[in-house]
Design a protein around this ligand. Structure first.
Ligand SMILES: [Zn+2]
Length: 440
């Protein structure tokens, strides 16, 4: 049994003072507000739940800053995708491990303590590629929900895979075998889900068959990120992507719909009624010119959403949340959209992340509560931006760019302090970037 005493902690009912937390292995056993510190307690000032990251492609971390210039024509998502494919073809298990060590270290230092890794680089060896990510997560100490991706066609209507897309392909039986092989290295901290890449990459009959055989695993899928994708889906299926998904699949609270940028009213109604979570990735969606999510309408129906770092051009949950709110303010020319008519934007934004994650990550995270994983952030009391507890969650999101995380804990273990992961290898990552520039 280990224990901690926090002068202030953000519990499910709100801020509480003089809170003792006791945990064993990775799980919180007791939370006692208004208590006295005991000699064995470690002492901290301010404690909040860690922030779950619902969507990441680790390898894209090396593309950050490399796709921000034009080459004689207009640039968009689809031209960016060509640059991304060139990097994807260069990745092998050793390189993927080196990138993931760097990225996952940045994540825990920034306040993300669990990541859903949407992983479609299956060549040269599918199992070794997945195990590289698992090993990196174990070494850094971050929680991981590994989502091996099923990617079988180049577009709606069973189009053939093109060029580097062939490295994402697995036959359905190979895919199911990979999922089975990955059950062994899982534990309380390393979880497993599955991920049809998108409706354009998997045909509907295969989607139904794989879903039936994988049953209770969480399912993540990219959907309605780009208008071109919506138009292609309408042309092929005579339905918009979310309409088609709900018509053919039993979408539950175990489903995570990634982006869901372009929605109409009946799609918002379907998602919110099913209890599925939407993973919003505001900095990547801005970087790729995707569009704006219908946050106001979605929240009115009590929709569940969280955030992801996606392409990892930014690795900060607070920047994601700020972008989410500011995008909405610019779009509607109003303020405090996430807050609704009563409340604080920071509180609503952070609670959005904390309350949505457990079902789609298959790990109890996001609450300082008995039965949840011992994942939390100790905030930096020396940070001048984190004043007054009444406004602290607003200040976390909207006040400045200093990293507010003093300590980051996962499964009851300290994994990062003062902006640095305990386990890291920056020289290996620098060498890898050097090699990549020589190869492209
Ligand atoms: Zn993605």
């Amino acid at each position: 049994m280990a224990s901690l005493f926090a002068e202030n902690a953000y519990l499910p009912m709100g801020w509480a003072s003089n809170v003792r937390i006791e945990w064993e292995d990775s799980e919180i056993l007791r939370v006692t507000p208004q208590s006295a510190p005991q000699p064995e307690d470690s002492r901290v000032e301010t404690l909040v739940p860690a922030i779950p990251n619902l969507h990441s492609h680790a390898f894209q971390r090396v593309l950050a800053g490399l796709a921000e210039s034009t080459q004689g024509k207009e640039d968009d998502f689809w031209t960016w995708r060509e640059a991304m494919y060139a990097v994807a073809a260069w990745i092998n298990p050793e390189r993927l491990y080196t990138i993931a060590i760097q990225l996952y270290g940045e994540m825990v230092a920034a306040g993300y303590n669990h990541v859903a890794e949407f992983h479609y680089l299956h060549q040269p060896h599918p199992l070794e590629m997945s195990l590289a990510l698992i090993q990196a997560a174990k070494d850094v100490g971050i929680g991981l929900t590994l989502l091996p991706v099923l990617y079988q066609q180049g577009g709606f209507g069973r189009q053939a895979l093109q060029g580097p897309q062939k490295g994402f392909f697995l036959e359905t039986d190979e895919y199911l075998r990979l999922i089975e092989d990955l059950r062994a290295p899982c534990n309380q901290q390393i979880r497993l889900g599955w991920a049809p890449h998108s409706l354009r990459a998997v045909d509907t009959l295969t989607l139904q068959a794989v879903s039936a055989s994988l049953g209770p695993l969480p399912c993540h899928i990219h959907i309605s990120e780009q208008m071109k994708e919506v138009e292609q889906c309408l042309a092929s299926y005579d339905h918009r992507p979310v309409q088609w998904l709900y018509k053919h699949m039993d979408v539950s609270a175990k489903w995570c719909l990634v982006h869901a940028t372009h929605l109409v009213a009946d799609e918002i109604q379907a998602i919110t009624s099913s209890g599925a979570t939407v993973a919003l990735c505001p900095t990547t969606e801005a970087n790729l010119g995707d569009g704006f999510f219908s946050l106001e309408a979605f929240q009115k129906l009590n929709g569940r959403w969280g955030i992801g770092s996606d392409s990892n051009s930014s690795v900060s949950p607070f920047e994601e949340l700020r972008w989410l709110e500011y995008g909405q303010r610019l779009l509607h020319r109003k303020r405090n959209i996430a807050a609704g008519k009563h409340g604080s934007s920071g509180t609503r934004l952070l609670n959005g992340c904390w309350t949505s994650a457990s079902a789609v990550l298959d790990r109890k995270v996001g609450r300082l509560e008995v039965g949840y994983q011992a994942d939390w952030l100790v905030l930096d009391s020396q940070n001048p931006n984190l004043f007054q507890h009444a406004h602290l969650l607003d200040a976390l999101v909207f006040n400045g760019n200093r990293n507010p995380v003093l300590e980051s804990w996962v499964s009851g273990r300290l994994v990062a302090q003062k902006g640095e992961a305990n386990y890291q290898d920056p020289n290996a990552f620098r060498q890898l970037l050097h090699d990549l520039r020589g190869a492209l």
